[in-house]
Design a binder for this molecule. Sequence first.
Ligand SMILES: [Zn+2]
Length: 80
Amino acid sequence: MALPTQKHTKSRTRKRKPSLALKKTGFTKCPKCQKPILPHRACSFCGTYAGKQILKIKESKFDKKKKKKEEEKEKNKSRT
Ligand SMILES: [Zn+2]
């Protein structure tokens, strides 16, 4: 079996390593809801891709709580 004639220094190895690291992916904005999404993927917030509705998005618990709070505020406003 062939053997390397000289040992690679730590420095030489470490200089090479950063080029193997994963690159950060950039985010784009969803044209419909303006939330940050991964490029070339359907928006997970509103379910659209290229202006078409692709996914059915269920109302999240967070959204339901928000709606309830808003409704309660409106009720209180109308009472006073
Ligand atoms: Zn969206």
